[in-house]
Design a protein around this ligand. Structure first.
Ligand SMILES: Nc1nc2c(c(=O)[nH]1)N[C@H]1C(S)=C(S)[C@@H](COP(=O)(O)OP(=O)(O)OC[C@H]3O[C@@H](n4cnc5c(=O)[nH]c(N)nc54)[C@H](O)[C@@H]3O)O[C@H]1N2
Ligand SMILES: Nc1nc2c(c(=O)[nH]1)N[C@H]1C(S)=C(S)[C@@H](COP(=O)(O)OP(=O)(O)OC[C@H]3O[C@@H](n4cnc5c(=O)[nH]c(N)nc54)[C@H](O)[C@@H]3O)O[C@H]1N2
Ligand code: SF4
Ligand SMILES: [Mo]
Length: 771
């Protein structure tokens, strides 16, 4: 084992290698799911974990008495099909978690963190499941085994040595159960800090802010069944075929009932074009459904002018007939109508449309759907949330719904489609960096301690605090902070500044390699695994994208007997810190999750008799927007808002880059090197580009380019991408995250929500002549 002078000198690569593999470009596959999808899914599962391990697990996924799919947050139907309630990507997520490849002390004796960092993220994940607690001691470059007790004591010791609790930061990724997230959030507060950044800060925070300000609740208002009989569903800035595949089944039902589906996206994403439902006879036999009736290829971040143009056209029609807008609803439930109408009058229609890049005919078609419809749903995801003006963009879509009275009635409403399977639940049970007065009062009353009254850091704040040396201990309950956060070089420097970093994880990732001076890996059970104590199989709960809380009980034998549940780990640390001297009995809660749920019921809003009601497919949390109750908002009314147009100044040689997911990844976890639906095979370092733009700047297919972004005079660079001609609006580019994260400046984020601008990065393209 080699020793180093100082750990900051560990020669660990935070970006990983950038060698190319053998790129193959095919035609985009326009048929999503169907037999092909299931075949791909099973092939993947079987390769990963073997037939015996996968079959029972797949058939328990999303079933009553089974476990909640660990992948996305799309809801399960209230009456699951007994055969299969999973999709290709759910099966991949399960296979990735249930893999039979395991790594422990021998593996880390063989490979130093320096060597491991020379592997790609795909290879790092493929090493397999973490099986025992490990420590990277100061001055060492090899992880070595450590006992659970020593880990807990060490964390407690570091926490006790802080000058202020705000020198500790507790990040959460959205896979944690409600119980784990609750204990974790309460532990941080008991310690005295609200430093509780979470993946939501990089994800749907903009939705939370926009919806809270307009409708008085930071969550969506629709239930799954609402989609089935909606008259119009707008899908804006979301790629459900890859990221929420079972949403396509719901859209298919909507189509069958005569509903219209509108796709609003710079890219024509597969699935919306042609979908074969593997769970229907028609799908099995090969006939597909054309889901989207119309596609609006909006330019990146031009949704506001697009929605304004649509509303302006609707307003003109309403002037003629008086019944296009829901005037009763507007009068009884909203504020701000007159101001919005004045705002729309200010704009020239042709200019608005010109700004969007969308043809007027397609816009007119959408207007004709909307004009006569009463039941309208807007679904969206990262294509709306990760821009500087994301909060305004989402508010503009909310305006459209409010004008139509399409809130708080069946088959209508807001549908921000959440990412991680329990990201919404984590927030509901207290993972938030800001102060919530009501929550603090309930903590005081029911947990018996006084939580801090000052806010903590979000993800951006966490990066900056660590970078500036203001934070010393960084703990992550899941996730891969280094690769998920913006500005990879900056974030790496930030993490390296810490004294202690702690990762509670299932699989190895780069945040285990780029660490503080001392680092711990605490390996945990995955969602699909049995959690047994004293012969009793324990269950946890999660909340899906539509506010339904359900029980989740793993079925597989754990990857290793040494694994502990996240709940036990958090309770273990809290117990080591407080010993007996605290009103909360952490130890007991780590053993009996029912005790945790009892406290959740008392402390988190809307939870009630959770242990009992979460059984089966669970229960809905209260939702004021669903009930047309806007009493929490000023004047007790929903807020129609006036939002400015986006203001981008692209220099002559600049392009607008969006960073998106491939079909073979879950966030920073790379399952494979293909993006089948977009026709990309065996390579991730690609840049999707408009063929006309390529010609204009003299680029050919597969030319190699570097990308640079320049903000505040600082140049950032991402190296080596192969250019792929693609159907994308002119001056727009797409490439995969996390490879492009070094381009996203840490100090540029959405107004109010502070979500990094991962979907609209101004970049320049430099052709490489040396490759
Ligand atoms: N298989 C799989 N499933 C996942 C994930 C995964 O990585 N893999 N991640 C999970 C997580 S955490 C999340 S948050 C979700 C993410 O789900 P998505 O938001 O669907 O994921 P992205 O790939 O970021 O896709 C964003 C989409 O927005 C479009 N877009 C970009 N900019 C704009 C714009 O300005 N306007 C409009 N109208 N569209 C735009 C892009 O073309 C793309 O289709 O998925 C979850 N589910
Ligand atoms: N440029 C760019 N950046 C982005 C985005 C983008 O669209 N573009 N999207 C953003 C979004 S929406 C999100 S949500 C974030 C994601 O950010 P994170 O949530 O931080 O990242 P993930 O890649 O989901 O985390 C993967 C790791 O989680 C661990 N893990 C998996 N399952 C479990 C479990 O059950 N328990 C525990 N404890 N650990 C587990 C594994 O070790 C795995 O390596 O990334 C954001 N970053
Ligand atoms: S749609 Fe999402 S939650 Fe449902 S099975 Fe697929 S990946 Fe899992
Ligand atoms: Mo996300």
């Amino acid at each position: 084992m080699s020793k180093q002078e100082t750990p900051n000198m560990r020669n660990v690569s935070h970006r990983g290698p950038d060698e190319f593999s053998e790129l193959k470009i095919g035609e985009p596959v326009r048929i999503a799911a169907g037999t092909q999808g299931v075949y791909q899914a099973l092939k993947h599962s079987f390769k990963e974990m073997g037939v015996l391990r996968s079959i029972p697990a797949l058939f328990k996924m999303n079933q009553k008495n089974g476990f909640d799919c660990p992948s996305c947050a799309w809801p399960d139907p209230e009456h699951p099909s007994p055969i299969a309630e999973y999709c290709e990507n759910g099966a991949k997520a399960l296979a990735d978690e249930a893999t039979t490849s395991h790594i422990g002390a021998d593996f880390f004796r063989k490979y130093s963190v320096e060597e491991l960092s020379r592997f790609t993220d795909y290879q790092i994940n493929a090493f397999g499941r973490l099986t025992e607690p490990l420590i990277l001691r100061e001055n060492s470059i090899h992880y070595e085994p450590v006992t659970w007790e020593e880990s807990y004591d060490l964390i407690a010791e570091y926490l006790m040595s802080l000058r202020h609790p705000d020198e500790a930061i507790f990040y959460t990724s959205g896979r944690s159960s409600n119980e784990a997230a609750f204990l974790y959030g309460m532990f941080a507060r008991a310690l005295g800090t609200n430093n509780l950044p979470d993946c939501s800060n990089m994800c749907h925070e903009s939705s939370g802010v926009a919806l809270s300000e307009t409708l008085g609740i930071g969550k969506g208002s629709v239930k799954l069944e609402d989609l089935y009989e909606a008259e119009v569903i707008l899908i804006a800035g979301q790629n459900p075929g890859t990221n929420h595949p079972r949403m396509l089944s719901a859209l298919e039902k909507c189509k069958a009932h005569g509903g219209k589906i509108v796709s609003i996206n710079p890219l024509l994403e597969s699935g919306l074009v042609n979908f074969r439902n593997p769970q229907s006879v028609k799908g099995m036999l090969g006939g597909g459904t054309q889901l989207a009736d119309v596609h609006l290829p909006v330019m990146i971040n031009q949704d506001i002018p697009l929605v304004k143009a649509i509303m302006k056209k609707l307003a003109a029609l309403d002037k003629e007939t008086g019944d296009v807008f829901d005037h009763d609803f507007i009068r009884d439930y909203t504020d701000g109508y007159a101001e919005l109408m004045e705002d729309l009058d200010r704009y020239d229609l042709a200019e608005l449309i010109g700004q969007t890049g969308v043809g007027e005919e397609a816009i007119d078609e959408v207007v004709s759907y909307l004009a006569g419809a009463e039941k309208i749903i807007v679904c969206w995801a990262m294509g709306l949330t990760q821009h500087k003006n994301s909060v305004a963009t989402i508010k503009e879509y909310v305006n459209l719904l409010l004008l139509k009275g399409a809130i708080g009635k069946p088959n209508s409403g807001t549908c921000p489609v959440r990412g991680h399977s329990n990201v919404q639940g984590d927030r509901s049970v207290g993972i938030m960096h800001y102060v919530n007065k009501g929550l603090n009062e309930r903590i005081e009353k029911h947990l018996g301690f006084t939580p801090p009254a000052h806010s903590g850091v979000d993800v951006v704040g966490a990066m900056q605090a660590m970078h500036d040396g203001k934070a010393k201990v960084f703990m992550c309950l899941g996730g891969n902070f280094l690769m998920a956060a913006s500005d990879t070089d900056y974030t790496a420097e930030a993490i390296r500044n810490c004294e202690l970093t702690v990762q509670v994880s299932t699989k190895l990732n780069r945040t285990h390699l780029v660490t503080g001076k001392t680092a711990l890996i605490l390996p945990t059970l995955g969602r699909s695994e049995k959690d047994v104590r004293d012969g009793v199989e324990r269950e946890v709960t999660t909340e899906n994208s539509m506010g339904r809380v359900r029980a989740s009980k793993g079925v597989l034998k754990p990857a290793s007997a040494s694994l502990k549940s996240e709940i036990e780990i958090v309770a273990g640390i809290a117990n080591a810190y407080f010993r007996e001297g605290h009103p909360v009995n952490w130890k007991a809660m780590g053993e009996d999750y029912g005790l945790v749920r009892e406290k959740i019921d008392l402390v988190a809003k809307g939870f009630e008799k959770t242990s009992e009601r979460a059984k089966g497919t669970g229960y809905y949390l209260p939702n004021n927007a669903r009930e047309r109750d806007f009493s929490k908002l000023p004047n007790g009314r929903a807020k129609i808002t006036v939002n400015p147009l986006p203001d981008h100044h692209l220099a002559m040689d600049e392009f607008m880059l969006m960073t998106v997911r491939s079909h073979d990844q879950f966030n920073t976890t790379v399952y494979g090197m293909d993006d089948r639906y977009r026709g990309i095979y065996n390579e991730r370092r690609v840049l999707f580009m408009n063929p006309g733009d390529m010609q204009e700047i003299g680029l050919k297919k597969e030319d190699v380019v570097d990308l640079t972004s320049e903000y505040d005079g600082i140049l950032r660079k991402a190296y080596k991408f192969k250019v792929v001609p693609y159907d994308i609006p002119s001056r727009n580019l797409a490439a995969y995250f996390p490879e492009t994260n070094p381009l996203v400046p840490h100090n540029h984020f959405a107004e109010k929500s502070r979500t990094p601008i991962s979907k609209s990065i101004r970049v320049r393209i430099e052709k490489r002549t040396d490759i």
